[in-house]
Ligand binder design. Structure first.
Ligand SMILES: NC(=O)c1ccc[n+]([C@@H]2O[C@H](COP(=O)([O-])OP(=O)(O)OC[C@H]3O[C@@H](n4cnc5c(N)ncnc54)[C@H](O)[C@@H]3O)[C@@H](O)[C@H]2O)c1
Length: 399
């Protein structure tokens, strides 16, 4: 099907993947009607020259009148892209008790039943096109359909439903000249994810095999366009995820810290309290193919760490304390300045490095600093960057 002459409805088109699809389809010359609960859809529509209709995908009447509106304004429907969806995180048995049934039901209702509700009515309309190829339906699954994480029982079930119905839908609708595919995105940079702190986004991106970044919604949109224009593509669920797979071993950092177990206690409620005291750093030489539930490595230790004082005299203590003070002030915190003033340089740098509320990447950089002087300089630099970010109101990794 040629996108430039097509008439498309896009649910969830007010935001994220749906909005990117609206933009791309419009750029390619298609007519588009956005169906979304969020009135922000009107802005996306005005920006792109698409139409917008407030619509709840779970509601039969709301969708039926949206299809009528599509026929009235565009003359028919050739493409249906279902992007409306919600994502919740809730454990099956959490601290607050069992998973709420209403949140489970609502997730299935919007993500799965909502998509089906729209596509069944869109298909009825498409079948009136009376051409060899009457329509293309694209649903949005997720890699959670195959590899759901903790807290994703509802979301993964809804997305597995999308994936599971793709082939039967294609079989049901093939006779009417309608193709059905689903896209299973990995982690995309949509408003929801862009709201997370940068360090969380970075650590998500680090899990992607290649390229090591979050997906761009425009890439989803281009894939949707490719499905529309590839007439032989049918009944298929396509991952779009940079080969992100949850089953691989996470990469190990090269440098770690050896700790001595100094206390071990069992609490009454079945938890263990374990204290480790850092001894010295080590470098991973090689990983052994162990069959234990934990990983085993050959390591080489940093013997120089045993002498805490190496390089301590060269530390710019006033600069370090200045950064520390600025950080405390920016975060409305205070410190026991008497203890701070008594602390030796080495103790001060290491304690601050451990306490500093930075992300894993920053902590690793502090751990890997070759000597105390460099660690102090790194700590000052990271603190200054975080404070500058705070000033510019970019959100802060200090929180
Ligand atoms: N962003 C990702 O990384 C990612 C990954 C995998 C799958 N997905 C899936 O892609 C789809 C789009 O995700 P997104 O990140 O663009 O989300 P988003 O929150 O930016 O957009 C979802 C849109 O759906 C709309 N919506 C929600 N309930 C609705 C309802 N009942 N009726 C009509 N509209 C409704 C919302 O108003 C919103 O505009 C979702 O199905 C999501 O599960 C996203």
């Amino acid at each position: 099907m040629e996108l430039s002459h097509a008439r498309a409805i896009v649910t969830g088109g007010a935001s994220g993947l749906g909005a990117a699809t609206v933009r791309h389809f419009r750029d390619c010359g298609a007519q588009v009607l956005i169906l979304d609960l969020d009135e922000k859809g009107a802005e996306t529509a005005a920006e792109t020259g698409a139409g917008y209709l407030r619509c709840d995908v779970t509601d039969e009447e709301s969708v039926a009148s949206a299809i009528s509106e599509a026929v009235e304004t565009m003359g028919g429907v050739d493409i249906c892209v279902n992007c409306a969806g919600i994502a919740i995180g809730e454990r099956t048995l959490g601290r607050e008790g069992p998973h709420r049934l209403d949140s489970f039901r609502r997730t299935i209702e919007i993500n799965l039943i909502g998509s089906f509700n729209v596509l069944r009515l869109a298909a009825a309309q498409m079948s009136r096109n009376q051409r060899e190829e009457n329509g293309v339906i694209i649903n949005t699954a997720s890699i959670a359909a195959f590899d759901g994480q903790k807290g994703q029982a509802a979301y993964a079930a809804s997305k597995a439903g999308i994936a599971g119905m793709t082939l039967p839908l294609a079989r049901d609708l093939g006779g009417q000249g309608i193709r059905v595919c689903a896209i299973a995105p990995g982690i995309f940079s949509t408003p929801m994810l862009r709201g997370l702190p940068q360090e969380v986004q970075d650590s998500l991106a680090a899990e992607v095999t290649f390229p090591k970044r979050l997906g761009d919604p425009a890439e989803y949109a281009r894939m949707a366009a490719f499905i529309v224009e590839s007439g032989y593509l049918n009944g298929e669920v396509m991952r779009l995820d940079g080969a992100l797979r949850g089953d691989g071993e996470p990469e190990l950092c090269e440098v770690g810290c050896l700790g001595r177990l100094t206390s071990f206690a069992e609490t009454g409620d079945g938890r263990y309290l374990i204290s480790l005291q850092g001894v010295c750093r080590f470098r991973v030489v090689s990983e052994m193919g162990a069959k234990t539930p934990f990983r085993q490595c050959r390591i080489k230790s940093f013997i120089a760490d045993l002498d805490m004082e190496t390089g301590a005299a060269e530390i710019d203590r006033p600069a370090l304390l200045k950064a520390f003070r600025a950080y405390l002030k920016a975060n409305d915190l205070d410190a026991d300045w008497e203890s701070v003033s008594r602390a030796e340089n080495a103790m001060l740098v290491n304690a601050l490095s451990m306490m500093a509320p930075y992300g894993a990447a920053e902590k690793q950089a502090l751990l890997e600093a070759p000597d105390l002087k460099t660690r102090a300089e790194t700590l000052i630099a990271i603190t200054e960057i975080a404070l500058a970010r705070d000033d510019e109101d970019f959100g802060s990794s200090l929180q």
